[in-house]
Design a protein around this ligand. Structure first.
Ligand code: NAP
Length: 295
């Protein structure tokens, strides 16, 4: 293997220490901790584990977290009531609703009910619009984590040819806006399942970001030697040898791609820890903005 491993866990640990110091300074000035409100509906084990991870990270950074856990049957009215309570709570600066909801059809309505000033996931249309316009906003945590990781790893972005595989509203699409905005200055190609001959695009890229949710989406023959590869995918594959009965893999054929790339993110331990770290960063920013502190 020749690629440099972009260690998201180590990067995130350093960033979280920086954020914790900023939180402590903010709390000294304002007299309270920044607050994150989380709405969790139903008992999806993956969602439960993501929410627990976020709450633990908040506690370690000195951020207060308040969870409203609703039964799966709570429905649209119950979830809206919880979001409105957090919107109105003066001790809460940031609100997120853990997705997917038991009824995905209501997700758009619920996201639009979040106060845009507290929308730390950056999914509200107002914040997406601001991102497109290059204005100050809440950028979704995973794309922000990818950008921060590339910057801190000193991967040149200005003028770089970046191929993003996946056009979802939470990862691929916002990432394409972020990387192509003025000041970052990458040239971005956004690919998806209807892209004809994906390898034609990935083979010319300086950086390939894969957010497809399918193991083996990027193989070694699809990149040029020396490319930088960021694997956003998190997939559970059955593994009877593990106590959990599964293991996590990304979207990239890791061993073979690492032998050809110049740098690569592992799964787990790559983009994932950066995502939660960016939630902490966005929550602190929300608190600062609400108190008129800028950023
Ligand atoms: P998603 O909503 O399912 O979107 C997947 C996107 O990938 C779609 O745009 C789809 O194209 C495209 N795609 C799928 N297979 C493809 C292929 N073979 N070739 C080209 N494009 C393909 O998924 P998501 O929410 O963006 O998540 C993507 C992955 O990232 C998942 O594994 C998820 O678990 C992971 N994730 C990780 C983090 C983290 O913090 N590490 C955070 C969020 C998500 P179409 O639009 O044409 O269908």
């Amino acid at each position: 293997m020749s690629a440099r491993i972009l260690d998201g866990k180590a990067l995130a640990a350093g960033l979280r220490a920086e954020i914790a110091a900023e939180v402590a300074a903010w709390q000294d000035k304002s007299g309270r901790a920044p607050g994150l409100g989380v709405v969790l509906a139903g008992d999806n084990p993956a969602s439960r584990s993501y929410v627990t991870g976020k709450e633990k990270a908040c506690a370690a950074a000195g951020i207060l977290s308040r969870e409203i856990h609703l039964p799966a049957a709570a429905g649209r009215a119950g979830i809206l009531t919880a979001v409105q309570a957090l919107n109105a709570d003066e001790t809460i600066d940031a609100v997120l609703v853990q997705l997917p909801l038991p009824d995905p059809a209501i997700e758009r309505d619920i996201i639009e009910a979040i106060d845009p000033a507290k929308d730390v996931d950056g999914f509200h249309p107002l914040n997406i619009g601001r991102l497109v316009l290059g204005q100050t906003t809440f950028v979704p945590c995973t794309p922000l984590g990818v950008l921060e990781m590339l910057r801190r790893s000193e991967v040149p972005l200005a003028g770089a040819a970046v191929v993003v595989i996946g056009r979802s509203q939470i990862v691929g699409r916002p990432l394409s806006f972020l990387l192509s905005q003025k000041g970052v200055d990458a040239t971005v190609t956004l690919c998806h399942t209807r892209t004809f001959d994906l390898a034609r695009f990935t083979r010319t890229a300086d950086i390939v970001v894969v957010a497809a949710g399918r193991p083996g989406t990027l193989t070694a023959d699809m990149i040029r030697p020396g490319a930088v590869v960021v694997d956003v995918g998190v997939n559970r594959v059955p593994d009877p040898a593990r106590p959990a009965g599964y293991r996590l893999v990304g979207d990239v054929d890791f061993e073979a791609v690492a032998a050809k790339a110049s740098a690569i993110t592992p799964v787990p331990g790559g983009v994932g820890p950066m995502t939660v770290t960016m939630l902490l960063r966005n929550t602190l920013d929300a608190a600062r903005r609400r108190e008129g502190g800028g950023r």
